[in-house]
Design a binder for this molecule. Structure first.
Ligand code: ARG
Length: 588
C-alpha cells in the first residue's frame, strides 16, 4: 500500500498544479501543532519566493482548490502561509480497513531485494559474554529482522573473536596445570579425545587467570605468544585444544543468545578468514596498493577531505603477523566469494569506528568490493550505570550478561506476582518474557550511537516509555478480545468504521503510519524509530481505551467496528515488537 503521507501529498501537489504552481511545493508533513490540525503543507512559503507573491495568497488559492477533495475534511490557509489539513474520517477508515485486510498491514516488500550480511554479536571465545556484547546482539538482531521484514535476504553472522592471544593464553595455562595431557606430548600420534579437558566454568576461570599472570610474568607471556603462533600455524595438539575451546564456548554462547531471542545464520569467526590472508597479501603487493613502511606492510587510506588524521591501514606487522584489520579485510574477501552480498553492516562499539573507516576505505580502494557494494558501520554507544560510568557489578567488576538478565528477571518476578492470579511457573515464565522486553526496549529506544544509562528500576516499570508498558497495553487488548470471544463473537469479523471522536481518530491516524515508519527505520538502520512509534501508538490506544465503551457498546455494529480497531492495533504492536526481538505474554 502507498504510504498515507504520499497519498495526501499527491492530492495537495495536484491542487498546487491546478493553481498553476509547481507540484513540487505540495509536500505534506505530519502537523507539529496537533492541536490545530493533523497534517500540514508549508509549500506556499517557498512558492512565494518563486512566484513573487504573498505566501498566504498562494495558500488560499490552493486551499480553494482542495475544497472539492474527498480526502480532506478541512483545509485552511493560516498566516503567514501554512496550509493546515484534517483528513476525512472516511478516508482514514478506508485506509485502515485495507491495512486490516492485508497480511503485511500495508507494508510493501522491497522491489529489488538485496543480500545483506549483518556482522553482529562479535563475542570473544572463552571469555564470558558481558554487557558490552549485549548492545551488538540486541541492535543487530533488530536490524536483521527489520531488513527481512522489508523483503531483503539478510544473513546474520556472529563473527566470533576466535583468533587471538586468548587462545595461546588458555593453552599455556592448561599446559602448566595438566602437562600430562596428550595435547602437549609432541611425540603423540593417535587420535585426540572427543571430550574437552575442561567445562565452560573452568574455561572461564582459566582465561582471566592466564591473562593476569601474563601481565606479571614475562616468560609466561612469551610462552603464550609462542603457543598463539603455533596454534595459528598448524600445531596439531594445540589445534585440538582450540577445537575444544571453540566447541565448549559455542555451546555456551548458543544458550546465552537463545535466552536473548538472538539467532545467527552463520557462526563463523576470525579464524575462518585466515586462509584468505596469504592470497590477499600477495594481491595487495602485486597491484601496488600495499607498500612497506618502517618494516610493516600498509595501504594508504587517507583522503584530502579528512579533518581527522586517518593512519594507513596496516596489513602485516614488521614481524609478519597479521592484525585485526587484516582479518576484517580477509573476511570481506571470504564473504564476497561465498555470499556475494550487496551490503555488509557492522554493528560494533563506536569506539572501533576508525578501524572500520580504515577497513572500508582499504577494501574499496583495493577493489575487494564493487563500487556498488555497501559497507556500513552502525556504531553504538556505551551502556552506563546510574553513575554515568560503564555498567559494572556492585563490586566494580565486569557484569556478566547472565547475571544482568537474572537481576532483571528477579525484579520483574516481584512485580508480576503482585497480580495474585499469576503464580508458580507462569509467573516465572512471564517474568522472563517481560524482563527481556525491559532490557531490549531499554536499549533499542535510544538512538544506537548514543550512550545510555541502564536503569533497572525505570526499565522494568509498567509505566512510561518502557517495554513492560507496551506489553501491558498489548495484554490489555488481548484480554478485551478474549472477553469478546467469550460472548461467542469472532473479533476477526468486524470492519473498521469511521472514527466517532477525536481520541479514536488520533489512534487511527497513528495506526496508519506503520508502513512509513518501517521503511524509514530500515533506511536509517534505526530501531529506535519503531520504539518511538509504538510508544505513541500505545499512548493513543490507552487514551482511546479510557474514553470509550468497547464491550459495553450496545450497538452491535459499532462494537464490532471498535473491536476491529483493537485487532489492528494488536497486530501492529505485535509486528513491531517482533522486529525489536521480544514478545508479549498472554497476561501479566
Ligand atoms: N570481537 C570484537 C570485539 O569484541 C568485535 C568484532 C566486531 N566485528 C568485526 N568484524 N570486527 O571487540
Amino acid at each position: 500500500m502507498k504510504k498515507l503521507l504520499d497519498l495526501i501529498t499527491e492530492e495537495v501537489a495536484q491542487a498546487f498544479e491546478t493553481c498553476d504552481y509547481d507540484r513540487g511545493y505540495g509536500k505534506v508533513t505530519i502537523s507539529n501543532r496537533p492541536d490545530l490540525c493533523e497534517y500540514q503543507c508549508n509549500g506556499a512559503m517557498a512558492a512565494a519566493k518563486a512566484y513573487h507573491c504573498a505566501p498566504i495568497q498562494i495558500a488560499s488559492k490552493v486551499v480553494e482548490a482542495l475544497k472539492k477533495s474527498q480526502t480532506f475534511e478541512e483545509a485552511s490557509a493560516v498566516n503567514p502561509g501554512f496550509i493546515n489539513l484534517k483528513l476525512c474520517s472516511d478516508f482514514v477508515r478506508e485506509y485502515l480497513q485495507n491495512m486490516l485486510k492485508d497480511e503485511r498491514l500495508g507494508c510493501e516488500k522491497a522491489e529489488n531485494p538485496r543480500t545483506i550480511i549483518i556482522d553482529y554479536g562479535g563475542p570473544n571465545v572463552a571469555k564470558p559474554l558481558h554487557v558490552g556484547h549485549l548492545r551488538s546482539a540486541i541492535i543487530g538482531e533488530s536490524v536483521k529482522r527489520l531488513g527481512r521484514f522489508a523483503g531483503h535476504k539478510v544473513i546474520g553472522d556472529i563473527h566470533l573473536g576466535d583468533w587471538g592471544l586468548q587462545m595461546g593464553l588458555i593453552i599455556t595455562e592448561l599446559k602448566h596445570r595438566k602437562p600430562e595431557l596428550v595435547y602437549f606430548d609432541e611425540s603423540y600420534e593417535g587420535e585426540y579425545p572427543k571430550e574437552a579437558p575442561f567445562t565452560i566454568s573452568e574455561l572461564e576461570e582459566i582465561y582471566p587467570t592466564a591473562s593476569a599472570r601474563s601481565k606479571e610474568d614475562e616468560a609466561y607471556r612469551e610462552e603464550a605468544m609462542q603457543a598463539t603462533y603455533l596454534v595459528q600455524h598448524g600445531h596439531k595438539g594445540y589445534q585440538a585444544v582450540l577445537n575444544h575451546i571453540l566447541q565448549v564456548s559455542v555451546t555456551d554462547l548458543k544458550k546465552n543468545y537463545a535466552n536473548l531471542n538472538v539467532e545467527f545464520d552463520l557462526w563463523k569467526g576470525e579464524s575462518d578468514a585466515q586462509p584468505y590472508i596469504p592470497d590477499l597479501v600477495e594481491y595487495l603487493k602485486e597491484k601496488g596498493y600495499a607498500y612497506t613502511s618502517e618494516g610493516a606492510l600498509v595501504v594508504d587510506v587517507k583522503e584530502e577531505t579528512d579533518t581527522k588524521e586517518v593512519p594507513p591501514c596496516m596489513i602485516l606487522k614488521s614481524d609478519g603477523a597479521s592484525l585485526y584489520t587484516t582479518t576484517d579485510l580477509a573476511t570481506i574477501v571470504e564473504r564476497m566469494k561465498l555470499y556475494a552480498p550487496d551490503e555488509m553492516i557492522y554493528v560494533v562499539d563506536k569506539r572501533q569506528e576508525m578501524h572500520f573507516v580504515q577497513v572500508f576505505r582499504c577494501a574499496r580502494k583495493t577493489k575487494l568490493v564493487e563500487e556498488k557494494t555497501g559497507l556500513k558501520f552502525l556504531g553504538f554507544g556505551t551502556m552506563n550505570g546510574k553513575d554515568g560510568k560503564p555498567f559494572k557489578t556492585r563490586e566494580g567488576g565486569v557484569m556478566r550478561l547472565e547475571h544482568l538478565i537474572a537481576d532483571i528477571n528477579e525484579e520483574m518476578y516481584r512485580k508480576i506476582i503482585d497480580n495474585p492470579e499469576i503464580c508458580g511457573e507462569e509467573a516465572k515464565e512471564t517474568a522472563r518474557i517481560v524482563g527481556l522486553s525491559a532490557i531490549k526496549y531499554g536499549d533499542l529506544s535510544n538512538q544506537a550511537s548514543k550512550d545510555y544509562v541502564f536503569d533497572v528500576e525505570r526499565f522494568t516499570s509498567f509505566e512510561g516509555n518502557t517495554g513492560p508498558y507496551l506489553l501491558y497495553t498489548l495484554v490489555r487488548i488481548k484480554s478485551i478480545l478474549n472477553k469478546y470471544r467469550d460472548l461467542g463473537k469472532d473479533p476477526e469479523e468486524g470492519e473498521i468504521l469511521e472514527a466517532e471522536n477525536g481520541t479514536q481518530k488520533s489512534l487511527m491516524l497513528e495506526l496508519s503510519k506503520l508502513n512509513g515508519v518501517m521503511e524509514n527505520a530500515f533506511e536509517e538502520l534505526a530501531p529506535h524509530k519503531i520504539c518511538a512509534y509504538i510508544y505513541d501508538l500505545a499512548n493513543a490506544f490507552n487514551k482511546f481505551y479510557h474514553e470509550t465503551k468497547i464491550l459495553a457498546e450496545e450497538d452491535e455494529e459499532k462494537r464490532s467496528g471498535l473491536i476491529a480497531v483493537l485487532v489492528l492495533t494488536k497486530r501492529v504492536l505485535e509486528t513491531c515488537i517482533d522486529i525489536l526481538g521480544f514478545e508479549a505474554p498472554e497476561r501479566m
